[in-house]
Design a protein. Sequence first.
Length: 722
Amino acid sequence: MKKTNSNIASERNYQIDKEKCVPVSVYYGEDTFSYKVMKEKLPKDTYKKLMDIINEEKTLDIETANIVAHAMKEWAIAKGATHFAHWFQPMTGMTAEKHDSFADPVGVGEVVEKFSGKQLVQGEPDASSFPSGGIRATFEARGYTAWDISSPAFIRRSGISTTLCIPTAFISYTGEALDKKTPLLRSNKAVSKSAVNMLKLLGNKKVKKVFSTLGPEQEYFLIDMDYFYKRQDLLLGGRTVVGAPPAKGQELEDQYFGSIKERISSYMHDLEEELFKLGIPAKTRHNEVAPSQFEIAPVFEEANLAVDHNQLVMDTIKSVAKKHCLAGLLHEKPFARINGSGKHLNWSLSDDSGNNLLTPGDKPHDNIQFLVFLVAIVSAVYKHADILRASVASYANDHRLGANEAPPAIISVFLGDQLTKILADIEAGVVTKATNDEIIDLGVTSIPVVSKDNTDRNRTSPFAFTGNKFEFRAVGSSQSISFSAAAINTIVAESLDDLTEKIKAKGGNINQAVFDILKAEIKKIKPVLFNGDNYTKEWEAEAAKRGLPNAKTTPVALKALITDKALNLFEKYEVLSKVELKSRYLIHVEKYIKDLEIEVKCLKNICLSQIIPAATAYQKDLTGAINGIKEVLGGKTACTGQQDILKTSLDLVNKIYTATKEILAQVDSVSVIHDEAKKAEMLCSKVKTRMDELREYVDALEEIVDDELWPLPKFWEMLFIS
Ligand code: ADP
Ligand code: MG
């Protein structure tokens, strides 16, 4: 392959148009129907009503909806929009939209632009084509989209088409959640209620509402588009199923935070410009560890908004890439033996005045609050590590979790030395002394001191406290962060309630009661605390001794969603009913099966229609050469090199052919199993390992077949030529 036309074209592409150099602050959010725009465009009382609705102090009425719809339509049309769409997040993990034109016929040959409050508030896409996990039979497949007022409507441009997108929840006719947004919204309510109760108990009477905040650090790869289109595995499954490692990988550690190449920084500039227009606070960008791997991280936002924005970030990574003749790869492990991509999900809780509940305070009281929330979270992870693991389970993420660059499937918590010591002291009933200047001595003997700046870092931990937030690092790069966030919210809600009950039951002096309860709690939950290297074999053994779950594959991990523990928890907190959760379990199992089967088909096509023909052509060349040499130089002339290569390639082709046939036969034999869970397990245990073996043969062949004949772009080309 070597350099492609678009490699070459891109080298001439970037010229700064000075006329267009506008400060970000001028155009930031210009494509969103933001609070600022609403304030400008809506009558005062309507705006106020809308704010009350957002703060859940009032419910929406149709008159208000009509006024907002009219203003929204005028605003969108002025921006060139011809259509509106309810934008939602079905269980496919991607976003969906159905466009309706504003233009409405009035008589023959005449239209007017119309958009009613009813159209704004509710839509009715045909739900039968979205995964529902058996919640509804097809004949009653009605689903509704319902306007989510808390996330601003936005303008989406694609080519020359412009659409007004309205963020919505997607629910069934009977009110069941069919999407990723609804459970998150419900979980926000749950954690708010539990956190407010706890704060009240601790004497904080002001706080009315608590919300979770999220900051997802998104990793991705960029490769030249021409390479991408030459690989059906990348195009159809997102991952290369074959490919030998490049001579140089990431061992020189020269990529991470390295200077960004021109083609890439131009891309990043365009990407950010698009995101800024959508009011998405993209903040940092840098090269990641692997060649051609990058990261973009936003400033954190309220959870619901952060989830919507992350979906848009993922979409925009791909759409802007096309304009630069690049392909954005969001898969968790696009290149075997090269670092995969994750999404560090930073999570915290904030009160309604914007105080982060995980910031150690400088008043003794704030520190009690901090420690209670900290212990509640650790306790939640201890109890429900299996649910967190399940929340990130997917066929793609299995390739990454537990590889030596990503957290293992064991979910432990990193707190850093100082906090670990504080918890150990509380457990032992001793008072921590100030140890250095950064640590605030609170001067209250019964309350431990907490450093304000905990800069400890442990990159290997799947759930790490990083100063004022937790970072859940097991999330995959292509996954929606919604369910992980909803799961954290829910388990923390339960844990807070549990502590609230216990502290109340203890009675007496509140500080004393808190410490007595924390002491007992810490004793129980400490097996989940681990500050060491999570990538080692020793930790795996140690974690097993501590009884921590270690579900290595998706079919096993997903089972955590249908235990009584999980079903009762999500139902109790009204995040997902048992029916909803069971259906989600099924959707994920089915997705696992489909993802694997798509890869098998790609692998088969690549082996039979690309690899074996290339090898055969090369064998023909070799045979011709050997015969020719002998003819010219005499039959006894040694052709050792050519003959060895010929034999090796013949052996590999036979192995590839046999393995391909075996894999297909395995898939066939599994296809008769009706129990989807069992089917997924069989595919995982029987087919996946065989696919890895097959890959080894193909990769060995790649290293000996004539480079000119090899039909697929190679890793070194894809990862190093930009
Ligand atoms: P790193 O983890 O690489 O050191 P940063 O400290 O810059 O990175 O933070 C990473 C992400 O954490 C950013 O997206 C940031 O907005 C987010 N973050 C910071 N504070 C919070 C918070 N209170 N809640 C949720 N996310 C947060
Ligand atoms: Mg991070």
